[in-house]
Ligand binder design. Structure first.
Ligand code: ZN
Length: 115
C-alpha cells in the first residue's frame, strides 16, 4: 500500500522535528499534495492512524492541501498553472512543457505541544 509507506516516511520527518523541539506530542500536520504525486488524499487519511499509532503524532490532526501543477514551456519559457490531464502552456498553448511543481508531497508545517 503506497499511502502507508508515504505516511511512514512523513512520520519520520515529523518525529525528527518533534524530537528537535522537545515536543511531547504533535497536534497538527499540514501537507501539500501535488495532484501528480500519485497520493490519494482519502487513502492517506485512512492510512495515517495506522502509521501514526504509538508515535508522538498519533493524535495529530492531518490537514491536506492540494498543490497547484506548474509547468514550464520549452518553447516560450513561460511558467503557468496546468490541469493534471492537460499540461499545456497557458501562454502559448504548446504541449512541450515540463512539470516543475505538482508531483510532490510536501510537509508544510507541524504544530507541537511542548508544554
Ligand atoms: Zn509557451
Amino acid at each position: 500500500m503506497h499511502e502507508l509507506s508515504v505516511c511512514l516516511s512523513l512520520l519520520q520527518q515529523v518525529e525528527q522535528i518533534a524530537a528537535e523541539k522537545n515536543a511531547r506530542r504533535v497536534t497538527k500536520i499540514v501537507l501539500s499534495i501535488g495532484p501528480l504525486s500519485g497520493v490519494e488524499q482519502e487513502l492517506l487519511r485512512h492510512a495515517y492512524p495506522m502509521a501514526a499509532a504509538d508515535t508522538v503524532a498519533a493524535e495529530a490532526e492531518l490537514v491536506m492541501e492540494s498543490a497547484n501543477i506548474v509547468v514550464r514551456c520549452s518553447q516560450c519559457n513561460a511558467e503557468s498553472k496546468a490541469a493534471a490531464n492537460r499540461l499545456l502552456c497557458a501562454a502559448c498553448g504548446d504541449y512541450r512543457t515540463r512539470v516543475i511543481s505538482g508531483d510532490e508531497l510536501t510537509l508544510m508545517s507541524v504544530e507541537l505541544d511542548t508544554a
